[in-house]
Design a protein around this ligand. Sequence first.
Ligand code: FES
Length: 118
Amino acid sequence: MIGDWLDIGPVDQIAPGTARTLPVRGGEEIAVFHTTHGEFFALVNKCPHKHGPLSQGIVHGTVVTCPLHSWNISLKTGEAQGEDKGCVPTIPLRVDAGRIYLLRSAVVGAKAPEPQAA
Ligand code: FES
């Protein structure tokens, strides 16, 4: 079933506590996060608030703080935390033998939520 997973490269290309982006032809840009605890997550790179680039946010635990208006977005679920409401699609990810794989169908089919008015 390896064909269903997209090999996006070695785990050490993303420093802990940071993210890298993956352009998708005809689709949404994907942000791949590496937490300081060694976990990896992939989300559409658009904050559910007003499409801030989550890849440029600050990662703490399994949450990223959006660089635009500081909403906190769960890396696990894509959901805004606290009072804020909204959700960005997450992309299934797995790590195998030191490489990162994303579920191809989720990468191609990902769609950003509509930006919010407020
Ligand atoms: S765009 Fe992310 S908090 Fe506003």
